[in-house]
Structure formats: structure tokens, C-alpha cells
Design a protein around this ligand. Structure first.
Ligand SMILES: *Cc1c(COP(=O)(O)O)cnc(C)c1O
Length: 454
């Protein structure tokens, strides 16, 4: 399998090259040159790890199969259930629990694999990387747990000092491995992102220190997320399904779209947003225009520009790279795109979308709890709300985080706190390690140089 850029300037990449490149060098996103069709019958009795291995094999042909299998097995041994992503049925919907990894959010499913893959690929190439990223909470902890203790990799994660939840701070700062550096910036999440961007734009620094990224546009992350759509299909044993997906960067739901193209009988994908509704407006009105980011109780979806959206545009316009490039350039200049009825009809074949405003999200947590005794986290609740609006049957709702990550919002919705898993409780007894720095790229660079030259 070879890979190319959505903008047409890069092609013929191997999987490993695509993985290491992250963002394509022409500014586009990396996609497979063709999408394999799957034979469902041959997969239906596999456990999660073997299903992942069979799906990965179709997309990865430059890693020996024995090594790939070992990577998959090691990655999913860090989950607290053999099922990895169990499906439970509650109140007429299926809940696909994606929060059984070490940081209790779905990003673990991809980042555990990415961590092992990084180590493997870098060792083989006899090189190293310093991963640098910014987080508002979830991604940072999942990336740290994916990369901690790995050889040939250091990880530097910036978060806004005092502005992530207590659990998120504990998850990041109590990791003891020497290759993990938590940097708390006296500023906002946007400041952290701006610093990371400024450092990546310093090409001399980037080269000298082998900077790398693990952000949600990496193809390997999308690939890892395709697996659980298939897994859920086999578990539910329903002929044709809907999937409801709480969305921010269009990453997770894009993996579902890939699964559909690969032959999984998905009737439609239900795209759920919170008040940050650019994707909802796109699906319903053809209006893809950037607004101000609104802070909500589902913070991992507080995103205005969906970084994976370009991948979808590429397929929507039948692989027309010039068109994609023009659209993306226009969007970066004008902050908006609009699409006509013909395009909307095509989008509507695969997607419907609803936006859950704050009160709806809280009401959904409450109603669902009253009916079932099951506590949804606020992100998952946006998806369940959207599922309810459709009136469809046979819906799988992706549960993207464990409610214990957001105890305050749960308390506000139902008046009790969720049970806190042992693995989170023990963090409170551990020592925290983080470096507080001023809001400047210069300070962060100085810090990195000091620890790396040591
Ligand atoms: C990241 C995240 C999302 C959004 O996923 P995307 O792939 O960015 O669409 C939803 N819920 C939780 C809990 C997350 O951490």
C-alpha cells in the first residue's frame, strides 16, 4: 500500500514514510492511494487484537508481519479488558466503550499503538525524535502514556498552567519516566499551541533537535481507529448500523467513514458536535465557517477548525487534489467555505448531524442515568443526544471518555459523583513533576536545549 497527499504534491510513500511525515510536505494530509475492501466473513470471529492485525496488514506492507503483530499485541495489552473496546446495550442504543485504556479516553486506542510504532521505526532507522505538542488535557495525557519509557523518543507536552482538570494534570504530571517533560505555560491553550507552532516554524531548531509530532492528522491514528467500527459491528450482530460520533477534529468520525468505504454496512454516520458547531453547519447548511471557540463541558470538542476535514473533502470531491488545494487555500484566507445543494445531497448520503448545546448535554446525562443507571461522560452525551434526535434504530454511540474524567460536570447533571477507578485514585498519592514556564517560545526552546544537551 502506498500513500499520497490530498493536495497531489506527494505520492508513492510507504506506510512508514507516511507515518513519520505526519503532515504532508505540500501542506496536505496523507491518504492511502487506494482503499482496500474487506471480506467481512473472514473477520467476524476474531478478537480485537487479531482484528486490528488483519486490518493493519492491508495498510502496512513495509513492516514484517511478525513484528507488526507484536506491536499490536503490546499496544493493546495496556487496556483493562481483553475486549479492548466492549459494547454494552442500554436503553435501546449500543454504547461502544472506548475508554478502557490507561488514560480513560478513546485517544489511547491510537496513541498506545503510535508509541510502540515510533519506538520500533526509530530504532530500525537508528535515529531518534523529540515529540513536541500542546494539549488542553486529553491528547497530552494519552500521548504521554503512549510514549513514556520508549527508547529513542522524548516527549515535551505543553499545557496551560492551572487550566486543565485536576485529573488531567495528575495523569500527565505523575508519570515518572525520564523521557517525559511536562511544561505548564502561564497562559491559555491557544498560547501553548502558538508556541508549538512557532517552534516548528523555526526550521533550524526543528532539524537540530529532530522535532516530531503525534497530532490527530497522523494517518496511523486514523488507521488504529478504523478497527473498533468493525469490532462493534461484529459484536452487535445487527445487519446494518448507524454510528453516532462526538466530533471535534473530524478524526474519529473520519475513521468511521473509511470503514464504510471499506465495506462495513454503515447506513449513516451521525456527526455530533457541542456548541462549537462548524461541522454541524457544514452537514446541514453547507456553511463551513470559523467561529469563536466556546468553552463547554465537553472540552475535547471545543474546536472550530477540524484538522482532519481536508481528508473528507478529498473523497467528497472524488480525489480532485486541485479542488482540495483551492478550497483549503481559500479557507485559510477567508475563514469560510460554502457548499451548494448538490454537494450537500452527496454529504447527506453518508452523514446526518446534530449539535448538543450545554443544557441538552446535561439533560442527556440525567435522562440516560435515570433510565439505565449508566453514567455518560459529557462528550459521549453529545453523541447520545444526536442519536436521539434522529429517531433511527440500531445505533452504536461511541463513548469517548470515562465519566470519572469529568466528575464536576457529572455532579452538576445528576447530583452525584461518578465512581473513580483505582488507577485514577492512586495518582493523588504520587508526586507531581512539571516545569512552569512563561508564555514564550523562547523560554520553551531554552528549556528544551538545556535538558537535551545535558
Ligand atoms: C478528542 C476527543 C473527541 C473528539 O475526537 P476527534 O477525533 O477530534 O473528532 C471526543 N471526545 C473525547 C473525550 C476526546 O478526547
Amino acid at each position: 500500500m502506498k500513500y499520497k497527499s490530498t493536495r497531489g504534491g506527494v505520492r508513492g510513500l510507504s506506510f512508514t514514510e507516511a507515518f513519520l511525515m505526519g503532515l504532508a510536505t505540500d501542506g496536505g494530509l496523507i491518504v492511502p492511494e487506494k482503499i482496500p475492501k474487506l471480506d467481512l466473513a473472514s473477520l467476524k470471529n476474531l478478537d480485537y487484537k487479531n482484528l486490528a492485525f488483519e486490518i493493519f496488514k492491508l495498510f502496512i506492507d513495509d513492516i514484517p508481519y511478525n513484528d507488526l503483530k507484536d506491536l499490536v499485541y503490546r499496544s493493546y495489552s495496556a487496556f483493562d479488558t481483553e475486549e479492548i473496546t466492549p459494547v454494552v446495550k442500554k436503553d435501546g442504543v449500543y454504547i461502544l466503550e472506548l475508554f478502557h485504556g490507561p488514560t480513560f479516553a478513546f485517544k489511547d486506542v491510537a496513541l498506545q499503538f503510535l508509541g510502540n510504532l515510533f519506538e520500533y521505526v526509530l530504532k530500525n532507522r537508528n535515529t531518534y525524535v523529540n515529540v513536541l505538542g500542546a494539549t488542553s488535557g486529553d491528547t497530552g495525557s494519552a500521548a504521554i502514556y503512549g510514549l513514556k519509557g520508549k527508547e529513542n523518543v522524548n516527549i515535551f507536552i505543553l499545557h496551560p498552567y492551572g487550566k486543565v482538570s485536576k485529573t488531567q494534570e495528575l495523569q500527565m504530571a505523575t508519570v515518572e519516566d525520564k523521557n517525559v517533560y511536562n511544561i505548564a505555560i502561564k497562559g491559555t491553550f491557544d498560547d501553548c499551541q502558538a508556541i508549538v507552532k512557532a517552534i516548528f516554524n523555526d526550521l533550524g531548531f526543528k532539524e537540530r533537535y529532530h522535532l516530531g509530532a503525534v497530532n490527530s492528522i497522523n494517518w496511523a491514528r486514523v488507521l488504529a481507529q478504523i478497527v473498533y467500527y468493525f469490532y462493534a459491528y461484529f459484536k452487535t450482530q445487527v445487519g446494518e448500523l448507524y454510528f453516532s460520533v462526538p466530533t471535534g477534529n473530524f478524526g474519529d468520525i473520519f475513521a468511521g467513514y473509511m470503514a464504510k468505504i471499506m465495506g462495513l454496512p454503515i447506513k449513516k454516520l451521525i456527526l455530533a458536535t457541542n456548541s462549537n458547531d462548524i461541522l454541524y453547519r457544514f452537514v446541514n447548511y453547507g456553511d463551513y465557517s470559523k467561529g469563536e471557540v466556546i468553552k463547554t463541558i465537553s472540552p475535547s470538542m471545543d474546536i472550530q477548525v477540524a484538522s482532519n476535514f481536508e481528508r473528507y473533502l478529498y473523497y467528497l470531491f472524488d480525489g480532485n487534489s486541485n479542488m482540495v488545494k483551492d478550497l483549503m487555500i481559500r479557507f485559510s484566507r477567508e475563514g469560510k467555505l460554502s457548499f451548494d445543494e448538490t454537494v450537500l445531497r452527496k454529504v447527506g448520503k453518508d452523514f446526518v448531524s446534530f449539535n448538543s448545546l450545554e443544557q441538552s448535554t446535561k439533560d442527556t446525562i440525567k435522562l440516560f442515568y435515570e433510565r439505565t443507571g449508566y453514567i455518560l461522560d459529557p462528550h459521549t452525551a453529545c453523541g447520545v443526544y444526536a442519536a436521539w434526535q434522529t429517531g433511527y434504530g440500531d445505533i452504536v454511540c461511541l463513548a469517548t471518555a470515562h465519566p470519572a474524567k469529568f466528575p464536576e460536570s457529572i455532579f452538576e447533571s445528576i447530583g452525584i459523583y461518578p465512581d473513580i477507578p483505582e488507577a485514577i485514585k492512586v495518582l493523588e498519592t504520587k508526586e507531581k513533576r512539571l516545569s512552569v514556564l512563561g508564555n514564550s517560545a523562547k523560554e520553551v526552546k531554552k528549556f528544551m536545549e538545556k535538558v537535551l544537551l545535558n
